[in-house]
Ligand binder design. Structure first.
Ligand SMILES: Nc1ncnc2c1ncn2[C@@H]1O[C@H](COP(=O)(O)OP(=O)(O)OP(=O)(O)O)[C@@H](O)[C@H]1O
Ligand SMILES: [Zn+2]
Length: 921
């Protein structure tokens, strides 16, 4: 059996305690009572149920002979008035002070506490609380110290019954026991009385006093149950109904022992409800990843520069609340050392046992009423009871309303120097500006994955949990910088299996393993349609959300592309990397990434996520046809026809195009008969595309005047060039570009970028002359996407359609934004070709918007690399163009192109801009 875990004699008790623990894990941050709690809280713990902590390392000895309890030199005596009663007991006790063995060798406050007491041989004295109040500071302190060691046992009637049932004779109870019937706690003498506890010989022992420092894996959740608070709390709560005592959650209590009497678990003895409670930091050194904050707060304390208003903000689970408590303790710590809180001094003990009257945690929602906040402020004006500072910790302060803030802020100037407010929020933006500016702000950053993982490792070691490093790394990644989330996940995993493994972690979080993902990716890239569908459905049906799956898949692909994915390992992994190592595979993967990104957007608005996810997977294999042919070259078909010169090389693969054409359109109606001759292929595509245009006039126009001069498919995008031999035809075609593009899209089955060129007829002598002097290549491009548009996009699209019915097209919807939408300019990527069509150069022109112009103007501020073969267009840099006066918009591609062409052509007649690609910035 695990040395730190405890055996439970009777299964039902184990079950109930386990239930309690599970409940606590559901929502460890709240103390809401679940349905189970009445069962557990009020359940009749039958007589005879005893909990026995086996294997607990006993650090504390009780000396039967001399009647003194000694714990590492610590003598416990009972003082009643002037009388000192010795007592003896036989119990198994583990000194809580042994709790934290710091890895770094530094002593925790508690350890130091022990050793300190040990060194001094200090006698702790308990004043028997005959009244419900501990009257003076000392008694409070002493009582605190003792009760934090040994929580008191309830001597109410019911408990006495239990005691009786447990064969403790009433006569054996001392008169003093009776005198404290009303107290929810027993005094130390009672706790340690030989009558209330007995040896654990099988017959006689019904009660074992169990003190477990390390936590037994059995957590109690009574921390906020008022019936277990001591009388001091009640009286104070009455006076200050707004305040939440944090006594219940403090670490000392969390790590305290449990006393089980006659089968009843004394609820006043706390064990941590969760790992995150158990491992709540207790000093600035314990805070992980917040060194700067810790240092700064500590140095403020040391220098005595304490403003009254602090704001701790940052993501959840990063230590804000813990830091505020540490800060409060440090403010009042009496130690002269720099390291505060010391955990030893009177103030520290008071604070950590939850009995400090000067540190309050305030419920934000409850002070959102005028009377309540006023009462709080009034309270703030009273002097601290016993400490140097009065500290108010207000968590989730973003929930405070304006009026409450006003009251608090107004009081800040007048409250005494001894009052400190620590406001905590995860969201600074939700606070009024005046609050943010007046506070001393501390940012709690997300905690690094590596730090989280090493913290988890330490916890596992301390808890005696077996774990795989991969699993811990995974938990760290999944917890997004929140140590609490990580600890909670670890806690849950520790309940499931003996060892915390990566597969267990995957299962708990609903994530699938990289191997499973690689398998799926392999299938989909290999065009294994049926198996892809089967596997995708299996995964989706079993446990994973399509959106999560798609994001995991995308991440994995990115890792592969970045070379971050390990090649070795499992069989699946090896197979995948054997098959997908080539350059073409990498292209496929990067295209797959784009498909997944599009699909992700679509999934967000789709009700049928499974279908669309599966469809996306099937598209991954279609990349093979559309973007990459078997030789890794672009599929590019051009009619060499009337273009002179060496327009880019053509690698016409009729077969690929056939596949492309037939794979994605209705075979019966639009199957393209691809000829070996490219020209015929292009004509065939053009004919089919024209054929399916709805407007008869357009159909006739396209068939008669238009020509498909090239189709170039790369990475799922077909760049289609059309030729018209008259400017008027070009304009006409431009007006119907959408229909043309969708027909072509339907035929080619992929995204389309359309370029409509004006190529004067060679037979026309006038144009022939023109052509000789200037290849006036009139060009524009537009693109429509096959995917269905989201509603936003549709809106844009329709705006755009309206606009383009009167004006030439534009390429990108962002261009339709008005000039005052924050764009500063645009970047135009141009290509220069000679009149023969030879590529001369390509380059970039940066256009800056001239500020403060009602009608925006652009100036050419930079011309890059358009300077080859003796051509120079630097003069553009000094020119300025007026933008279209009809719109307050940046120019449309075509318009810009015309401007550039005319401006440029006037100086250099030999070439022109082709296909400017415009990007706003
Ligand atoms: N920086 C940290 N160092 C050590 N433990 C931490 C840290 N941050 C969080 N934890 C762990 O998470 C638990 C919760 O932390 P805490 O309540 O201080 O976070 P928080 O930032 O206040 O979160 P919230 O904003 O949700 O209240 C702690 O008990 C502790 O176990
Ligand atoms: Zn101290």
């Amino acid at each position: 059996m695990d040395g730190r875990r405890h055996s439970v004699d009777v299964p039902i008790s184990k079950t109930l305690v386990a239930l309690r623990r599970v409940r606590s894990l559901r929502d460890p941050s709240t103390n809401g009572i679940s349905k189970l709690s009445p069962l557990i809280d009020n359940g009749c713990w039958e007589n005879g149920i005893s909990l026995r902590f086996l294997n607990a390392p006993y650090e504390c000895d009780f000396d039967d002979n001399n009647g003194y309890l000694r714990s590492k030199g610590l003598d416990f005596k009972e003082h009643r008035g002037h009388a000192t009663t010795k007592f003896e007991m036989n119990c198994h006790m583990m000194n809580y002070c042994e709790e934290h063995q710091q890895d770094d060798g530094n002593k925790s406050p508690k350890e130091s506490c022990c050793s300190n007491h040990e060194a001094k041989g200090l006698d702790l004295v308990s004043i028997n609380p005959s009244s419900n109040h501990l009257k003076d500071e000392e008694s409070c302190y002493l009582s605190t110290a003792l009760s934090s060691q040994f929580r008191r046992i309830d001597h109410s009637k019911s408990n006495r019954k239990l005691l009786r049932k447990n064969r403790v004779k009433p006569s054996e109870l001392t008169g003093d026991n009776a005198s404290c019937i009303r107290s929810p706690c027993i005094s130390v003498d009672n706790a340690l009385s030989p009558h209330s506890v007995s040896t654990h010989t099988p017959q006689d022992v019904d009660v074992d006093v169990l003190v477990d420092y390390h936590g037994c894996g059995i957590s109690c959740c009574w921390s906020k149950s008022p019936r277990f608070r001591d009388s001091n709390h009640y009286s104070e709560m009455e006076g200050l109904p707004l305040m939440l005592q944090h006594a219940n959650e403090t670490d000392f209590l969390e790590h305290k022992s449990m006393i089980h009497i006659g089968g009843e678990i004394s609820p006043t003895l706390e064990t941590p409800r969760s790992l995150s409670m158990k491992f709540r930091p207790k000093s600035f050194d314990d805070l992980i990843g917040q060194n700067v904050v810790g240092k700064s707060l500590l140095s403020a304390i040391c220098r005595g520069r304490i403003p009254s208003f602090y704001l701790f903000y940052g993501p959840r689970g990063t230590g804000k609340t813990s830091a505020s408590r540490i800060f409060a303790a440090a403010l009042n710590c009496l130690s002269l050392e720099e390291q505060k809180p010391c955990g030893l001094c009177r103030q520290c003990v008071l604070f950590f046992s939850g009995r400090s009257k000067d540190v309050k945690e305030v419920d934000s929602l409850r002070i959102n009423r005028t009377d309540k906040v006023k009462s709080l402020v009034k309270n703030a004006f009273t002097a601290p009871v016993s400490s140097r500072f009065k500290v108010y910790i207000i968590d989730e302060c973003q929930l405070l309303n304006g009026e409450t803030w006003m009251t608090l802020l107004n009081s800040l100037d007048s409250v005494s120097q001894q009052v400190v407010f620590v406001m905590i929020t995860p969201d600074l933006d939700k606070l009024p500006r005046s609050v943010v500016t007046r506070a001393q702000r501390y940012h709690f950053a997300k905690i690094k994955d590596a730090d989280i993982a090493s913290r988890l490792k330490r916890i596992c070691a301390e808890e005696g949990l077996e774990s795989e490093q991969d699993a811990l790394d995974f938990i760290a990644t999944k917890s997004c910088g929140s140590l609490r989330d990580a600890e909670m996940m670890l806690d849950q995993l520790s309940l499931i299996g003996k060892k915390i493994t990566i597969s267990l972690a995957y299962e708990l979080t609903g994530v699938i393993s990289d191997d499973e993902l690689l398998d799926l990716l392999d299938l989909s890239l290999s065009s294994d349609t049926s198996n892809t569908v089967i596997r995708a459905r299996e995964l989706l049906r079993s446990r994973i959300d399509p959106l999560q799956l798609i994001s995991q898949l995308a991440n994995l692909i990115m890792d592969i592309l970045a070379g971050k994915c390990e090649l070795g390992g499992s069989e699946i992994r090896r197979r995948f990397f054997d098959r997908h190592v080539s350059e073409s595979s990498m292209q496929k993967l990067s295209h797959a990434l784009r498909i997944l990104s599009d699909t992700e957007k679509q999934l967000r608005i789709s009700k049928n996520q499974t279908t669309w996810f599966t469809a996306a997977l099937l598209q991954l294999s279609s990349i093979e046809y559309s973007s990459v042919d078997t030789n890794d070259t672009k599929l590019c078909i051009r009619a060499a026809s009337n273009r002179g010169g060496d327009l880019c090389s053509t690698s016409s693969t009729g077969e690929s195009l056939k596949q492309l054409a037939t794979s994605q359109c209705d075979e019966k109606s639009y199957k393209i008969e691809v000829q070996e001759d490219d020209k015929a292929t292009l004509d065939s595509i053009w004919y089919k595309a024209a054929e399916i245009c709805q407007s008869r006039r357009l159909k006739a126009f396209l068939m008669k005047q238009g020509k498909l001069s090239s189709v170039c498919i790369n990475q799922g995008l077909a760049v289609v060039e059309l030729e018209f031999n008259h400017r008027a035809y070009v304009t006409r075609a431009e007006k119907s570009w959408k229909q043309i593009a969708s027909s072509l899209q339907f035929i080619l089955g992929c995204n389309i970028e359309l370029r409509i060129n004006h190529v004067p007829c060679t037979s026309d002598s006038k144009y022939a002359k023109l052509k000789r002097s200037s290849f006036n290549f009139f060009n524009c491009s537009r693109r429509i996407l096959r995917k269905s548009l989201s509603s936003d996009e549709k809106e844009c699209e329709s705006d755009y359609a309206d606009y383009t019915s009167q004006k030439p097209m534009m390429m990108d919807k962002t261009l339709s934004r008005s000039s005052d939408c924050g764009y500063h300019g645009m970047e135009v990527v141009t290509t220069l070709r000679s009149c023969e069509g030879n590529l001369l150069s390509s380059g970039k022109i940066i256009l800056n918007r001239i500020a403060d112009q009602q009608i925006p103007r652009i100036s050419f501020s930079r011309v890059e690399s358009v300077k080859e073969e003796g051509y120079n267009c630097e003069h553009l840099a000094s020119s300025t163009l007026d933008l279209d006066h009809r719109s307050n918009c940046f120019p449309r591609t075509l318009w810009l192109h015309r401007k550039l062409s005319s401006s440029y052509a006037s100086k250099q007649k030999d070439f022109c801009f082709i296909n400017p690609q415009v990007q706003m910035f």
